[in-house]
Design a protein around this ligand. Structure first.
Ligand SMILES: *[C@@H]1O[C@H](CO)[C@@H](O)[C@H](O)[C@H]1NC(C)=O
Ligand SMILES: *[C@@H]1O[C@H](CO)[C@@H](O)[C@H](O)[C@H]1NC(C)=O
Ligand SMILES: *[C@@H]1O[C@H](CO)[C@@H](O)[C@H](O)[C@H]1NC(C)=O
Length: 366
């Protein structure tokens, strides 16, 4: 009898030792790897990334080579007033060191508008501002120029036909721009059911997002940023009027939505004032008008961080976390699936330099 116990005991010890060695070995192996982020696509590895020893050593690809999160933390986030708080995958979570002051955001924006001039938009980033536009060098840059000032004075016919357009099929609405990528906004709104909700929309040329919101049940929309018309469900304001009346709209909307617009704010293409942080400030202004817990539907290009001057920005590991600081990221929609999908490290890594994927992120205001 005792012999059997002894055998069991030996067996037990062996199992423990093997298990321990294995763990140490695996752990060491993982610790020494700096490219897990780009090769694993989630699951188990997420818990590994909770360990700062592993996580901060991970490298992600940028236009100037592979950069670790440790370097991002020290050379980028800290310098621009953010703390890296949670190693979320695949984009980290950062938090602004400053308490949001909505009054300041709007009055600063109005103050900056005084610099507006009627000269042609710039074709190059001014020398003194390279560093901020390129986020202390982590962003790539390429050039593609258009002068779209006249677009601001066009009232697209689609604004007059909204009553008709809302009766169209969701895919037909996107024929207005001849580009299906915006269907991700429709999928996102459908998933989060907007029935009876009031929304604020940052307008683009055609009232597509406005129509998508109405089709998905929104009861009332305020559209800001374009010269447009009133309809039964939609009213509109210029950005200046909106900023002047911000007190009236403070924390008053159930949701905010914008597709394909935020990435060009501050690049001067529409005659707007050049501002390296224009997109971040616009995000803050829209966020200030959103109720706590309200949803922000954000359609942006995602890839390796870049500025395509004066067209748009591409959001990657460096800037995306700063753009969505203060929100919880709860859903991601692409053009291929009606359901929420996830963006993975390898997916971002596979993209070529200035390539990007358009996604609608769903964020919840904290
Ligand atoms: C917010 O900014 C405004 C305008 O700059 C300022 O008057 C006010 O004191 C600030 N509020 C807080 C809480 O810092
Ligand atoms: C747009 O219209 C405004 C006022 O009607 C005018 O002052 C401005 O020059 C116009 N801009 C362009 C680019 O045509
Ligand atoms: C559709 O929009 C995406 C993102 O803005 C762009 O990359 C793509 O080239 C567009 N496609 C067409 C056919 O215009």
């Amino acid at each position: 009898m005792p012999r059997i116990y002894f055998t069991f005991f030996l067996l037990f010890c062996t199992v423990i030792i093997v298990f321990y060695l294995n763990k140490v070995y695996v752990y060491e192996k993982i610790l020494s790897q700096t490219s897990l982020w780009n090769t694993y696509s989630g699951g188990e590895t997420r818990t590994i990334f909770q360990d700062p020893n592993i996580f901060l050593r991970q490298n992600v690809r940028t236009h100037i080579g592979d950069i670790s999160f440790l370097e991002f933390r020290e050379e980028l986030y800290k310098k621009y007033g953010y703390d890296l708080t949670i190693p979320t995958y695949p984009f980290v979570t950062v938090q602004s060191k400053y308490v949001m002051n909505c009054t300041w955001e709007f009055s600063d924006w109005l103050e900056q508008q005084k610099k507006r001039s009627s000269r042609r938009p710039r074709a190059y980033i001014p020398d003194g501002e390279q560093r901020d536009f390129l986020m202390n060098k982590y962003s790539g840059v390429s050039y593609k120029y258009t002068d779209d000032r006249k677009k601001l004075n066009i009232t697209y016919k689609s604004w007059d036909n909204i009553a008709d357009i809302v009766t169209w099929h969701a895919r037909d609405v996107l024929r207005l721009v001849d580009n299906m990528s915006g269907i991700s906004m429709h999928y996102a709104m459908k998933h989060y059911y907007l029935a009876g909700k009031r929304g604020l929309i940052l307008a683009s040329d055609h009232p597509i997002v406005e129509v998508q919101a109405i089709q998905n049940g929104a009861s009332r929309i305020l559209s800001v940023g374009q010269v447009s018309r009133e309809t039964n469900d939609i009213s509109s304001l210029s950005l200046t009027e909106f900023a002047n009346q911000h007190g009236r709209y403070s924390q008053s909307f159930d949701f905010v939505a914008t597709y394909g617009t935020i990435e060009s704010v501050g690049l001067g293409r529409y005659g707007d004032v050049l501002d390296a942080f224009g997109d971040l400030q616009m995000m803050a202004m829209l966020g200030c008008s959103l109720k706590k817990g309200g949803l922000f539907f954000l359609g942006i290009p995602i890839g390796r961080d870049a500025v395509i001057f004066n067209q748009k920005r591409i959001y990657g590991h460096a800037r995306l976390p700063m753009l969505i600081a203060g929100f919880e990221w709860i859903g991601t929609f692409g053009e291929d699936f009606q359901a929420s999908t996830e963006i993975t490290g390898p997916e971002i890594d596979r993209l070529h330099k200035f390539d990007h994927m358009k996604r609608t992120l769903v964020l919840r205001k904290l």
